[in-house]
Design a protein around this ligand. Structure first.
Ligand SMILES: *[C@@H]1O[C@H](CO)[C@@H](O)[C@H](O)[C@H]1NC(C)=O
Ligand SMILES: *[C@@H]1O[C@H](CO)[C@@H](O)[C@H](O)[C@H]1NC(C)=O
Ligand SMILES: *[C@@H]1O[C@H](CO)[C@@H](O)[C@H](O)[C@H]1NC(C)=O
Ligand SMILES: *[C@@H]1O[C@H](CO)[C@@H](O)[C@H](O)[C@H]1NC(C)=O
Ligand SMILES: *[C@@H]1O[C@H](CO)[C@@H](O)[C@H](O)[C@H]1NC(C)=O
Ligand SMILES: *[C@@H]1O[C@H](CO)[C@@H](O)[C@H](O)[C@H]1NC(C)=O
Length: 248
């Protein structure tokens, strides 16, 4: 009876000690290294360490480590990019290197100790920085593009123009955002700003009047000019030789 009483007192204490499931949102850049740590428990107190990784709606990998027997049981933990480096002083943290978009999901580390269970969960969000470009497409029309970002970037213009936004979703979870704007009147310099969790960028362009020739059209013009020059050269040559022949 005495032991039971002590146990229930201990249980009560434990329920006070146990931290609620602490969850944090963890944004990481794609192609970088991420380290997810377990609750800070002194290693000697840990009986069991459980890592549970949920990608999508079902468990992807479960890894359990028993400290007394130094036994590790892994279920489906086959992703070579996920490792648990053995550190003698700490409960193994999960390392993902390099992070891919498919690693987005929920990661939980639970540590079972005689004083209770401690856990920490991470909602891993994978970010990709967009690549920005700004160019003039036609007469007084400019295109600003934030390519292959995750999540989608936001585009804004100064001064505001008459704009058409476009979103293109790629199979790998990145989004290309584009804004095509036209300005009337005497606006000459326009700037585009791209806002994203990974950074903000801004570029300016001077709007030119009249037609902008694409490179292919410029090449055709160059080719035509060269042809005309060649024809003139041939005619001049023929006339020259005829004169020489005439002189003989
Ligand atoms: C094992 O991993 C694959 C992906 O590699 C996943 O589709 C499958 O559901 C996993 N199985 C279990 C039992 O978790
Ligand atoms: C536990 O086992 C791993 C291999 O599974 C080994 O590398 C490590 O040194 C062992 N740790 C202890 C404390 O025995
Ligand atoms: C996503 O797909 C696009 C188009 O195929 C590619 O250019 C880009 O590099 C990919 N990004 C990532 C982070 O995989
Ligand atoms: C256009 O130019 C006129 C005078 O040249 C000026 O009064 C007007 O404010 C300008 N408008 C814009 C939108 O810059
Ligand atoms: C980007 O701009 C937004 C809005 O002005 C600002 O809140 C944010 O801190 C900026 N981010 C960076 C990385 O500079
Ligand atoms: C370009 O726009 C200006 C003003 O809107 C107009 O006067 C001009 O004729 C246009 N040029 C061409 C080639 O469309």
């Amino acid at each position: 009876m005495h032991t039971l009483g002590r146990t229930s007192t201990l249980r009560l204490l434990i329920s006070i000690i146990i931290m609620g499931p602490a969850n944090t949102s963890l944004p990481v850049l794609v192609d970088t290294k991420a380290v997810l740590s377990c609750p800070p428990i002194v290693l000697t107190n840990a009986l069991l360490t459980i890592w549970e990784i949920t990608l999508g709606d079902k468990p992807f990998c479960i890894r359990t480590h028993r400290r007394d027997t130094n036994e590790t049981i892994e279920t489906n933990c086959t992703d070579k990019r996920m490792t648990w480096p053995d550190r003698p002083d700490q409960i193994p943290a999960l390392q993902i290197d390099p992070v891919a978009i498919t690693h987005e999901g929920y990661y939980r580390c639970a540590v079972v100790t005689p004083d209770g269970n401690f856990q920490h969960g991470y909602h891993l969000r994978v970010l990709a920085a967009p690549e920005m470009t700004l160019f003039q497409s036609e007469n007084r029309t400019a295109v600003c593009k934030a390519a292959e970002g995750r999540p989608a970037a936001r585009i804004s213009w100064t001064p505001a123009g008459d704009c058409v936004p476009e979103h293109k979703y790629w199979g790998n979870g990145t989004v290309t955002v584009q804004s095509t704007c036209h300005w009337d009147g005497n606006v000459s310099i326009v700037s585009c700003s791209v806002f994203h969790e990974t950074g903000n960028w801004s570029l300016s362009i001077e709007l030119t009047q009249g037609e902008i020739f694409p490179v292919s059209q410029l090449l055709i013009i160059l080719y035509l000019k060269a042809s005309i020059f060649l024809v003139i050269l041939v005619i001049v040559g023929i006339i020259y030789f005829q004169r020489i022949n005439g002189c003989r």
